[in-house]
Structure formats: structure tokens, C-alpha cells
Design a protein. Sequence first.
Length: 501
Amino acid sequence: MGNAILDRVDVLVIGGGINGAGVARDAAGRDLSVLLVEQDDLGAHTSSASSKLIHGGLRYLEQFEFRLVAESLAEREVLLRIAGHLVHPVRFVMPHVPELRPRWMIRTGLFLYDHLGRRTRLPGSHAVRLDRPPFSATLKPEHRHGFIYSDCSVDDARLVVANARDARTRGAAILTRTELVAAKREGGLWRARLRGREGSREVAARAIVNAAGPWVKAVLNERLNQPSHDNVRLVRGSHIVVPRLYEGDHAFILQNDDRRVVFLIPYEGRYTLLGTTDVPHEGDPSRPEASAAEIEYLCRAASRYLRRGPGPAEVLWHYAGVRPLYDDGSANPSELTRDYVLRLDTDQAAAPALSIFGGKITTYRRLAEYALQQLSPWFPDMGPAWTADALLPGATLPRADGERFGQRLEQRFPQLPPALLQALARRHGALTYDVLGDAATLADLGLHFGADLYAREVDYLVEHEWAIGAEDVLWRRTKAGLHLDPAQRDAVACYLARRVS
């Protein structure tokens, strides 16, 4: 994949989630030498287990997080522009329940939501009748009034990969399955010991960015040996996927009786995604599981509104992510700030270590800009901020040209099924041409694993996107795992075992 592995770099980034990938991309584009190390796969944890939304956080307004909401709404516009193949507008319907929130409160919140950010690409909010088509067939008849507003969906794991790919194109080295063992300051630099698939090595860095997510505190205290009074609270958010619950491209945001909200989002064509929960997470954050109580909670919240609500037996897939939220002292996990906190551990005479607490996928790009701003005293010659206008790999076409792009794909590959071309375009955007290469027929794509997954794409994911194992391919680079049966998933695992060994 062309990684140039350096023994000395300007910036060593710990963590290959969305924040780490965003910082690596930003720094590399400012002519800094960058090495990113990730102990697992890119986006293997929190960054691939989100609600798949780019949004301002409507409910954060109740917590007076106006700065965070305004920044998130502004970033929503940026990401629509620079990652239009992965970020898509969605209209959200909110049924009104008078005993939970009065109508004036919702109207006020939506007015702020429409105007706190500079909204140029999405329609605004308005009231809507729910006892008429297209909503009356879905909702119980007592839900007559509601509101509709705009936000966006995102393929979160692919957004991570897109940032990592752009970072590499701009000179960064990306090492997955590589762990920071320890680092210490020595001679004005950080001396870091790394352990990966090919053994151990050492690297010197002028600065470290600790973007380890749920492990941020452990990396800071145990690997960098730096004391800190800042704490992280691990909060689990679980999601379920069920067969499609309703027709239409709109999503629902449902108010629950605990004053939280639950999203219902169209997902992968044939399914509905429900999430999320907010419960304290104890123990290892690497393998969180949705509990039976959380699954029941999500089904019950949906059933309160839908004519035909889901039951736990209908759940086809569930996943959970651990949010590393900054501990601001709130007792209720739902009231912890979703804002990020950057902590710089140094003075001008020492090599800096910048640790990232909290954050959300929507604000990762702006967070990266702030991180580089914090490090600027040590890199006075680095370039200016640049990522707000630079398209991510695959997003080389205007949004309005998306339909014409699909037509051009069909003209270029007339013997390939349109559904396959559409699936590849959703994952790769304009890079679909690179994935397919000179393929003219299905036979040219190699082994067919099922759904829209062929060996040629799997090979591309291994060669260009750091994929190694079946989970990398089936659940992060694609969502084919949701569409394949166990035998087909096993076939992908066997193919990769032969391909990667």
C-alpha cells in the first residue's frame, strides 16, 4: 500500500478512529511527516459503532450545548461538500407527545437548529400532519401532529478509511495492528516503542497526538507515563437492525418517556436501524455487547409509536460502541457533554503530547484543526488549515451529478448489473472505476461471495484500504455481513486467510 515507514516523524498519532485519521490527514496536508498507529483495524471500535449520523444533536440544545450544536451544524455542511458519496441528506420526522415536551419548546429548538449553523444545502423544519399519508400507515393513530427537519446519514467506518487514505496520499504512514508499547521524552523528542505484526520497532516523534478513544486515559497515564486529572467516562451506545419497518426514505426521531430520543433510520435498503442507548460501560471497551435490556428498550421505544413495532426476536444484527466521553461530573450518562476536550501536556521546552477526550464523528474535522492549532508553536513552518475545502477520496463529483454518475457507470460497464454498480458507488464514489478496473463482465470480478460482494472488491480492500480479516471487509469496509448467510461469511474469511497470509 505504499507506506513509507519512517524512524523519525513530526507527529505520531495514536489511534485509528475518526479523530486519529482526521488529525493524520490534516497534519500530512500541512507538510508535516506523520505516522499513525492503530492497535486493531481502522475504525474498529467506537468510530464504526455510531448511529451513522452527521447531525447537530438536536437534544443537546436542552443541555445548552449551543457551541457544540452550532459547530456540528456547520460541519454537517462541510461534510456534505467534501464527502458527498458517504454523507447523505435525510429528513427526520418527530411525532409530538405533549406530555413529554410542549410544542413551543420543540418549535423553538427546531428554529435554533435551522439557524445556529449556516444551512445552505438542506431544507428547513416545519410542522407536519402524521394522520395523513405518507406517515399514517406507519404510526399509531393517536400521533396526529409532528415536525420534520433535516440531518444526514453517513457510512462511519468508510469515512475513517477515506481520511486515512487521503492522509497516506499526502505522505502519512498508516500502521494498523500496531500498538504503542511505551514512549518517553528524550533529547527534545518522544521515543516510542511500537509492536506490530512484523515485530517491534522504535520511532522518534517531535509530538504525539493521543487519539486512543476509550483508551485515551490509559495511554496517557500508562504508555506515556503522564499524570492527568482529566477522566473519561465510558458510555455504551447500542443499536439494533431489524427488517424494514416502514416504507419511505425518511427517518424518525422518537421521544422516549425517559426524555431520551431513539432514532429509526432506513438502512442498507431492506432494513431499519434503531438506536441508541446510554448506559455506563464497565470492563474491556474492545468488545462491547448490546445487552438484552438495551435491545428490549429500543424495541419498546419504537413500539410506543409504530402500528407494528419490532420485537427482540426480529433483531437480525446488533452492535454496540463505547463512547469515551469527557467526565464533566454529570451523574446521568445522557447528560455528559458530547463536546471534546483537548489537553496539551508540556511546556515550550518539552516535546508535546496532545490528548483528545470525547468528541463525535460529526466534528472530527474541526477537532483536527484545533489539534493542529494547539501544536502550532512547535511547528511554526507548517501550512495553514486546508481541510474544509478539500474533497475526500471518492468525492470528486458534485452532489447534483450523482444520478449522472450512475448513468456513466452503466455506460462504462454495460454488462454489470446496475444494482452492483450502485452498491459500489455508495461505498467508493468515483473510486468505483479503480475498484472495477478493466472488468467487462461478472466473470472478470472473480469469486462471488453473495449479495454485491466479489473477489475483485475484496482484493481492492486488502491492497488499498488495510483490510486483513473478515470483519474488516464484512462489517466496516462494506456491510455485506448483513446480507450474507453464515456459510457465505465463512467463505469470505477463508478467502482472506489465503489472500493475506
